[in-house]
Design a protein around this ligand. Structure first.
Ligand code: BGC
Length: 606
């Protein structure tokens, strides 16, 4: 093919893409140029190099020195595991070595360097950690989500990455699902609006060193499995999935999202990774997605080998020992005709297209000076605003809130003084941490900073007290995928508060002290008895690093503005069985409906 032919072809592809993908951040001319470059490069590649581009590996555990060259690796992932270095400068330096190796290969194709930065650059100790998406869903504030994502992109680039596996655009139907909090809302309009904001914030104009490629995940039905089991069967009709779950993906495609991650669940008993009808026909065909579909963890060995490639997966997370198997198996399949060269070319084209769109060929390295931007005050101020706006006031009897700044306060519970516990899963570690990390502020520290009165701390909830008010912070311990599913064997998580936390509340209500309960949780819990006991009750979700945001609202410096992103369950019995097609089926009445949330009549600032 000559260059002229390539240009014509590119314009043809482009026009189709442009019609479908109206809001893409890339201009028509740029896109046409990119298509020419992609085709030129693709034409030079061997099969091994193409399969290499389709391979994503863990930086320490799946490759040895020289493997980026030898195995033609296309992408590196960092998630749970050894840290790339002591500080961001060392992280950058480590990834720079790998990037330099890729650039020195025969074709010099740069690496995509991806990370699970799902609420801030949460794999880095000292980063700004935002409320998990469920809290962002309560803010209903797309501008804020965009700003939080812009900051996340900066702190992520500062650590050496150019790609994040966020946002999660699930629309979960069952609180038992251990990833409930990764999603914004049960409402598709809220989810789509915030997904859009997140993608704009993360990707910006794409080519800047301060933005990263985003990933909408997990396609599709991840939050809708029977009984809320991660990776289970999603028993919903295609019509239901199209009308209720597809909307955020349409939005993501319109916004030019670079990647979409396939989900662990199955539909029609076909793994989503191998579901050609949903991936190729719907996502790439009907929706016109021209970015790359990435598998989830070990997707190739888990979900049927070449079936997932034939279904439309473009890049494979070939981690934890999968790399050689994936590369050899796929090569054999192409040679024997079980996977067509056209399919391989389509996959590689999509990967290269994103690398060009991100400007990685000209600009493969992050700016070293960015590392000083991690966790700075301006970033934390935005996270604190997000905490304030995420809080939902469920009860405020006799207007016990806002608190008087001169009141004698006893603050209760281990969650009150621990940034790990207040942040949930995907914070420093995959399943989160139960200890404080660098740079954050606990709720206790925030209350102490704003109070003019005496503040006592009771970490184990059993003191006798003459305080004016007890603020009792209770909730869930951190969890993430699989381990957070309620109902899995040996899973300690409950749909109610633990007996220990119930006792904290009873201990103080029995003494006749006014009680404000702050619930830290990744999902609405069944807390009907505690709502009755308490004078005031606040759903604080998983606020992240800026605990002071809670104090600012409790003391009335700011009003409550958060609204429930989910209907709130009344009884544990409501969870028996498969959820109805529209989340709350007609036989279940929630305690509070979607959108519920009280406010103060006035604040200190009015
Ligand atoms: C999760 C993804 C995540 C990936 C990489 C998987 O287990 O489902 O959401 O991006 O791991 O860490």
């Amino acid at each position: 093919m000559t260059k002229v032919h390539l240009t014509i072809l590119a314009f043809g592809i482009l026009l189709i893409g442009a019609c479908r993908n109206a809001k893409s951040t890339i201009s028509l001319i740029q896109n046409a140029d990119i298509e020419v470059q992609v085709e030129t490069l693709l034409a030079k590649m061997t099969l091994e190099e193409k399969i290499g581009q389709m391979s994503q590996v863990r930086h320490f555990w799946d490759i040895e020195s020289g493997d980026v060259t030898k195995k033609h690796i296309g992408s590196i992932i960092h998630t749970e595991g050894p840290l790339p270095g002591q500080d961001a400068a060392e992280w950058q330096a480590r990834f720079r070595v790998l990037q330099e190796e890729a650039l020195a290969t025969r074709l010099g194709i740069p690496l995509l360097l991806g990370v699970d930065a799902v609420h801030g650059q949460n794999t880095y100790n000292g980063a700004t950690i935002f409320p998990h998406n469920i809290g962002m869903g309560a803010t209903r504030n797309p501008k804020l989500v965009q700003e939080a994502s812009r900051i996340t992109a900066i702190e992520t680039q500062a650590c050496g990455f150019n790609w994040v596996f966020a946002p999660c655009v699930a629309i979960p139907y069952n609180e038992k699902w251990g990833r409930f909090y990764e999603a914004y809302s049960e409402d598709k309009n809220i989810t789509s609006a915030l997904a859009k904001a997140s993608i704009i914030g993360l990707q910006g104009d794409l080519t800047s060193n301060k933005t990263v490629m985003a990933t909408a995940k997990h396609y599709i039905g991840d939050g809708n499995t029977d009984f809320g089991i991660e990776g289970g069967e999603t028993t919903l009709s295609p019509e239901h999935i199209s009308s209720q779950l597809l909307m955020p993906y349409k939005t993501a495609v319109q916004e030019g999202v670079g990647a979409i991650m396939a989900s662990f669940n199955s539909i029609d008993h076909i793994s989503m990774h191998a579901h050609k009808a949903w991936i190729t026909d719907t996502l790439k065909g009907a929706l016109g997605f021209d970015g790359m579909v990435i598998s989830d963890w070990k997707g190739y060995s888990k979900f049927g080998g070449i079936d997932i490639i034939n279904a439309g997966i473009d890049m494979v997370m070939a981690v934890d020992g999968d790399l050689d198997y994936f590369q050899n198996d796929l090569k054999r399949a192409v040679e024997s005709g079980n996977v067509s060269m056209e399919r391989i070319n389509d996959a590689v084209r999509r990967i290269l297209r994103q690398k060009y769109r991100l400007g990685l060929f000209e600009n493969p390295f992050p700016k070293t000076e960015l590392s000083t931007n991690i966790g700075i005050k301006q970033h934390r101020d935005v996270a604190r605003q997000a905490v304030r706006e995420s809080l939902v006031l469920l009860k405020n009897e006799k207007s016990i809130l806002p608190l008087n700044k001169n009141a004698k306060i006893i603050l209760v519970g281990e969650h009150a003084n621990n940034t790990g516990l207040q942040s949930g899963g995907w914070t420093m570690h995959w399943q989160g941490t139960d200890t404080s990390y660098k740079g954050g502020t606990t709720i206790l520290e925030g209350i102490r900073k704003l109070s003019n009165g005496e503040v006592i701390y009771d970490s184990i909830g059993n003191q006798k007290s003459d305080a004016d008010v007890a603020i009792i912070v209770v909730g869930e311990t951190p969890y993430a995928e699989f381990f957070g599913d309620i109902g899995r064997d040996n899973n300690p998580h409950l749909l109610t508060l633990t007996q220990k936390h119930q006792n904290y509340i009873s201990n103080y209500t029995k003494q006749g002290i006014k009680v404000v309960v702050i619930l830290i949780s990744g999902r609405p819990l069944v807390v009907t008895p505690q709502l009755n006991q308490a004078d005031a009750f606040v759903a604080a979700w998983l606020p992240g690093s800026e605990g002071q945001g809670i104090a600012e609202v409790l003391f009335g410096d700011y009003n409550f503005t958060g609204k429930l992103p989910h209907s709130w369950p009344k009884a544990v019995a409501d969870f028996n069985g498969i959820y109805g097609p529209n989340y709350w089926n007609s036989s279940i009445t929630p305690l509070f409906s979607l959108g519920y949330g009280l406010t103060y009549k006035t604040t200190n600032n009015e």
